[in-house]
Design a protein around this ligand. Structure first.
Ligand SMILES: [Zn+2]
Ligand SMILES: [Zn+2]
Length: 436
């Protein structure tokens, strides 16, 4: 399918789904009951699998055992399983019994270099490594969805591609990895998907789904600025070029990029996270290194900000006779939810969860490499509330992050319905004679 025809298909799919939403008709009440029955059947196994993955966390591009577990669960069911995709990734294809289009769903599998401090009976057995970002839940939910949809295979109108992706948190130095490499290695091409779904757990109320049409997360780029001055005795400043004074001016001036040079309705963040320089209290520093991150939503800001940064650094160092080096490293792009797909999926969410549990949200300035998948294929990414009633809102990456496991069957239910409704919409289109 060409990119153009994929867009055309999406357009008509959305029109059909929107039509169904307006009439308020459930897709198939019998299917609803069957999904619930399958979830009930698999629930305890899925939670066990999640706990096993939680106890055995693996870092990015090293998810060997996690990938093995996933492949071993799906292969005997007849999924077409490819392993070793983007290093340790797994792609599992489920072909439904009815003809229809292809949609994909992605889970990330990697853990973080964090020492777990939850005290849970199923806490990490791998010292210094923890599933502190909930990717264990993502893997279990997507695996559970695969099991549920497999049970409904005969009536499934199309094909579902399950992507288990390594290294969302970043690949080890010098290695490629993550969603970018999955796309490069054709994870969305064989068979070609016309929509891709993904989600992240979030410390919001259990049972809630939060999403933003359009930008969901920010592009996250990083930088290192080195100011090179000249050392001198601390009592004879006239003989040196003080890199600390110059760096201080740079730190202050860089803040004006967001406050004075950016459109206030187009959010951006410029954070300097480290500053290091000098060797002794009475020696003028000849070198200061600043490190930081820039978060943007629009491509315009993403292009403009590094240019403004370099201009500030160049001019301030120039005034004082210092030299500089700017290193700017692009990171993940912004996750962009296809607005029409998001609008078409919203009625499914409302039908499942109730209006008050479906929250249209603002973009978050965090980063997610799902962005690469959603750049390749129209994407829908949402956040799943995992904070149980009365539980504190512990942020992601915290050593005490402990998502409520009751979110797991909710996640399976949401994903199963999103996928089935997306396939149904596209199949209705195919039946209308437009072809896929
Ligand atoms: Zn994370
Ligand atoms: Zn994460």
């Amino acid at each position: 399918m060409t990119r153009h025809s994929a867009r055309l298909v999406l357009f008509f799919l959305l029109a059909i789904l929107a039509g169904l939403a307006v009439t308020g008709r459930a897709m198939d009440p019998q299917m609803d009951r069957r999904i619930d029955a399958e979830i009930e059947k698999f629930k305890s196994e899925i939670i066990k699998i999640r706990r096993f993955i939680h106890m055995n966390p693996e870092l990015g591009n090293r998810e060997v055992e996690t990938a093995k577990l996933i492949a071993a669960r799906l292969q005997p069911l007849g999924f077409e399983v490819r392993t070793g995709v983007a290093k340790t990734g797994v792609v599992a294809v489920l072909r439904g019994g009815q003809p229809g289009p292809v949609v994909a769903v992605r889970a990330d599998m990697d853990a973080l270099p964090v020492q777990e401090a939850t005290g849970l009976p199923y806490k990490s057995l791998n010292p210094g490594v923890m599933h502190a970002c909930g990717h264990d839940v993502h893997s279990a939910v997507v695996l559970g969805t695969a099991m549920v949809l497999h049970a409904l295979k005969a009536d499934l109108k199309g094909t579902v591609v399950f992507l288990f992706q390594p290294a969302e948190e970043g690949a080890p130095d010098g290695e490629e990895g993550g969603a970018e490499l999955m796309v490069k290695e054709g994870a969305l091409d064989d068979p070609p998907a016309s929509a891709v779904f993904g989600f992240h757990v979030w410390p919001e109320s259990l049972g809630q789904v939060l999403f933003a049409p359009g930008n969901v997360t920010a592009a996250a780029d990083s930088f290192t600025i080195t100011v090179k001055g000249k050392s001198a005795h601390g009592a004879r400043p006239q003989e040196g070029v003080d890199a600390i004074v110059i760096a201080s001016e740079i730190v202050t001036a860089l803040q004006t990029i967001v406050s004075r040079a950016s459109d206030p309705t187009d959010p951006a963040v410029l954070t300097i996270g480290t500053i290091a320089g000098g060797s002794r209290r009475n020696i003028i520093a000849d070198r200061v290194v600043l490190e930081g991150t820039v978060r943007t939503l629009s491509e315009a800001n993403r292009k403009k900000i590094p240019l403004l940064m370099e201009s500030i650094v160049k001019n301030i160092t120039g005034i004082y006779g210092a030299s500089y080096q700017c290193e700017y490293v692009p990171g993940y792009p912004s996750v962009f939810n296809n607005p029409e797909l998001a609008a078409a999926m919203k009625p499914t969410l409302i039908r499942l969860l109730g209006k008050d549990k479906v929250v249209e949200w603002k973009p978050q300035m965090i980063a997610e490499d799902f962005a690469f998948l959603a750049r390749k294929t129209p994407g829908f990414f949402f956040f799943l509330g995992v904070r149980g009633p009365g539980q504190p809102a512990i942020p992601l990456h915290s050593p005490t992050f402990n998502p409520d496991e009751r979110a797991i069957p909710i996640g399976v239910r949401v994903l199963s319905h999103l996928i089935i409704d997306a396939l149904e919409g596209q199949s209705a289109l195919a039946a209308g004679g437009r072809g896929l």
